[in-house]
Design a protein around this ligand. Structure first.
Ligand SMILES: NC(=O)c1ccc[n+]([C@@H]2O[C@H](COP(=O)([O-])OP(=O)(O)OC[C@H]3O[C@@H](n4cnc5c(N)ncnc54)[C@H](O)[C@@H]3O)[C@@H](O)[C@H]2O)c1
Length: 369
């Protein structure tokens, strides 16, 4: 297919699929055609809930010619394997984060995509929302002068209280660093550039947790990864940041992201949301200025739409696999630094990413058949 709306299939009908389907089924430039899951009943009830015509197995989805992008909403441990199957079927990949669990398999996934002329794009797409994009535009406009440093905080008790299947959030590929890190670290990379070096300390408060909701509430499961990580980051351009990611704090403090430049400070909205105002504190002024978010707040699926339009126009997608793989490299390096107690050098670099136009409108039909 080379024109018209882009056919989309979804693999993984769990918790987050509802948010994706809510947005994707309203965008005129994409058509959601099928929902697949290893749990066929779950796939069918999600498809029915959102009026999607087909549901069934992953193989059935991959056999549908009209599907050009497959949205991979499986758990982190399955992201690369499912991504490889999508590419082998000749389709573009949108993956939930983290893009994978290790550097070599993600490098192979990206190389396979490249060699096949297929794209591999990855969440988070919250960074394409009006909130973070407005802040990035303010930085580009010079509102804080030259960006120098940043502080981010994401602390809370952990998601096992509300997620009905939280095991993956405490397994390899999860923990506060790999689960929540992508929102904060992708924003920092877009604002301050690539990371070149990290140091860190981490801890694990408890070796087991207990599911708090759903049919398996009360079930104990193992914690395989640190549940608190503090990191120090050095950027290639000379900037620095300190970031805390915690699932072991009784006091929730998420969405804290401040960027300080030579002339001022920007307090960003929660990077795990699509909107929210930014506050600007200028050097030498006692009063702050509120910058209202401008742009789209269409929610999860925004990056899939950007990918669909990018495929049709031959331009790069914004939430690229390369960007996600740099962020994964940074997160794995933070984990390694916490273990060794040494600085870890980060070799990968993020591509330059063009911001979205303030007028970018998901509701517009731009792809005529
Ligand atoms: N839950 C959230 O709030 C949230 C928010 C943002 C991103 N995410 C990300 O979305 C992804 C999914 O999270 P979730 O909370 O929806 O998890 P979930 O466990 O609720 O759903 C995952 C679904 O994938 C299916 N699945 C697993 N392996 C599969 C495979 N090999 N083939 C086909 N189906 C498979 C499972 O049966 C399940 O229905 C994760 O990467 C997570 O980090 C979740």
């Amino acid at each position: 297919v080379s024109a018209g709306p882009v056919g989309v299939g979804i693999i993984g009908a769990g918790v987050i699929s509802a948010q994706y389907l809510t947005a994707l089924t309203t965008f005129p430039d994409v058509r959601v055609l099928f929902v697949a899951d290893i749990d066929l009943d779950r796939a069918k009830s999600r498809a029915d809930e959102f009026g999607v015509a087909g549901s069934g197995t992953v193989d059935e989805l991959l056999a549908i010619d009209e599907i050009e992008i497959v949205v991979n909403l499986t758990i982190p441990a399955a992201h690369v394997e499912v991504g490889e199957r999508i590419l082998a079927a000749g389709k573009h990949v949108w993956s939930e984060k983290p893009i994978g669990l290790d550097r070599p398999s993600v490098a192979r996934l990206l190389a396979t995509g490249e060699a096949s002329g297929l794209r591999v794009a990855c969440a988070p797409d919250t960074v394409l929302g009006a909130g973070v994009q407005t802040a990035l535009r303010a930085i580009a406009a010079g509102d804080i002068g030259t960006p120098l440093s940043a502080t981010t905080m994401m602390l809370g008790p952990g998601p096992e209280a509300w997620h009905p299947a939280p095991e993956f959030l405490f397994a390899v590929g999860g923990g506060p660093l790999l689960d929540m890190g992508p929102y904060y670290l992708t924003t920092l990379v877009l604002a301050l550039g690539s990371v070149e070096r990290v140091a860190a300390a981490a801890s694990t408060a408890s070796l087991t947790r207990t599911i708090g909701s759903g049919p398996r509430a009360g079930t104990e499961f193992p914690v395989e990864v640190p549940t608190h990580t503090s990191a120090l980051l050095r950027f290639v351009d000379g900037g620095s940041a300190q970031s805390t990611f915690s699932f072991q704090s009784a006091l929730p403090r998420s969405g804290f992201l401040e960027i300080t430049g030579t002339d001022g400070v920007l307090v960003l909205p929660d990077p795990n949301t699509f909107s929210g105002a930014t506050t600007l504190w200028r050097r030498g002024s006692d009063a702050s200025v509120q910058i209202e978010p401008i742009g789209s707040a269409a929610g999860r699926g925004t990056g899939v739409l950007d990918l669909a339009r990018a495929i049709r126009s031959g331009k790069p997608e914004r939430a690229s696999g390369e960007l996600a793989s740099h962020v994964l490299d940074v997160m794995l390096s933070i984990g390694e630094a916490a273990q060794s107690g040494e600085y870890v050098l980060v070799d990968s670099r993020a591509p330059l990413t063009v911001p979205l136009d303030a007028e970018w409108d998901p509701a517009e039909a731009t792809l005529e058949a």
